[in-house]
Design a protein around this ligand. Structure first.
Ligand code: CA
Length: 226
C-alpha cells in the first residue's frame, strides 16, 4: 500500500483528494497546515508527499526545505497555473514534480505513480535506457540507434542526456541543468539549453520536431519521458 501525505489547506479539496486516493488503494495521511505536515512527515515514513504550495502558516517552499533536510521522500507539488517562479523554486529545493490546479485525478495519479517508482529505485537506475528505439548505455557511455549504428554525442550533450535519463519522468529545471553543465547557475541564457536539447532530439528522437521522450516544460525545464 502506498502511503501518501496530502498537505492542502482548502478543506473541500483535501477531503476530495483523500477520498479519491483512499478509493484507489492509497494509505492517506491528511494535513491542513505546514506545521501539521512537518509533524506528520517526522512521525511516519511516507512513500510520497503531495504538497500544496499556498499554506496558511508556513510556505510550501519552507516545508520542502524542512523535509529535504532529513528525507528524500518524493514530493509532488500542487500549485496554481500562474505560479511558475514558485514552481521552479520548489523544484530547485528538491520537489520532484508538480501538478497544476485544476487537475484531473488521472493526471494526479500518474504523477504520484511516477514519483513513487523513482523513490523506490533511484539508486539503481538501469544502466541501459531506451529512448524510443535508441539504446543508451550509461555505464559504457555509448548510444546505439535501432539499426545498430553508433550515435556520436558531444561531451555536453552526453552530460545533459545522462542527467535527464538518470531521473526518468522527473522534471528538472533549466537552472538545475545549467548548474550541472557549468558548475554555476549564472549562465542563465535559456537558448543555450534549447540548442543542446534540439541537438539531442535530432540524434535520438524518431521525430525530432515532435519529441516524445525529451520533453520541454515551457518556462520550467525538461523531462525524460520513458
Ligand atoms: Ca492553498
Amino acid at each position: 500500500m502506498t502511503r501518501v501525505l496530502v498537505v492542502e489547506d482548502e478543506r473541500a479539496l483535501l477531503r476530495a483528494l483523500a477520498m479519491n486516493l483512499t478509493a484507489r488503494g492509497y494509505d492517506v495521511t491528511e494535513a491542513e497546515t505546514g506545521t501539521r505536515a512537518l509533524t506528520a512527515a517526522a512521525a511516519q515514513e511516507h512513500d510520497v508527499i503531495l504538497l500544496d504550495l499556498g499554506l496558511p502558516d508556513l510556505s510550501g517552499l519552507e516545508v520542502i526545505k524542512a523535509v529535504r533536510a532529513y528525507a528524500s521522500t518524493p514530493i509532488v507539488v500542487l500549485s496554481a497555473r500562474t505560479a511558475t517562479a514558485e514552481k521552479v523554486a520548489a523544484l530547485d529545493l528538491g520537489a520532484d514534480d508538480f501538478v497544476t490546479k485544476p487537475f484531473s485525478i488521472d493526471e494526479l495519479l500518474a504523477r504520484l505513480r511516477a514519483a513513487t517508482r523513482r523513490g523506490g529505485s533511484a539508486a539503481e537506475t538501469s544502466e541501459v535506457v531506451l529512448v524510443g528505439t535508441t539504446s543508451v548505455d550509461l555505464a559504457a557511455k555509448t548510444v546505439t540507434a535501432a539499426d545498430g549504428s553508433a550515435v556520436h554525442l558531444t561531451p555536453t550533450e552526453w552530460q545533459l542526456l545522462e542527467t535527464l535519463l538518470r531521473h526518468p519522468s522527473k522534471l528538472i529545471t533549466g537552472r538545475a541543468l545549467l548548474t550541472q553543465l557549468r558548475g554555476t547557475p549564472d549562465h542563465t541564457d535559456p537558448s543555450y539549453l534549447r540548442i543542446y536539447i534540439a541537438q539531442l532530439r535530432k540524434k535520438l528522437e524518431p521525430e525530432p520536431g515532435r519529441p516524445r521522450h525529451l520533453i520541454t516544460e515551457p518556462g520550467m525545464g525538461y523531462r525524460f519521458q520513458p
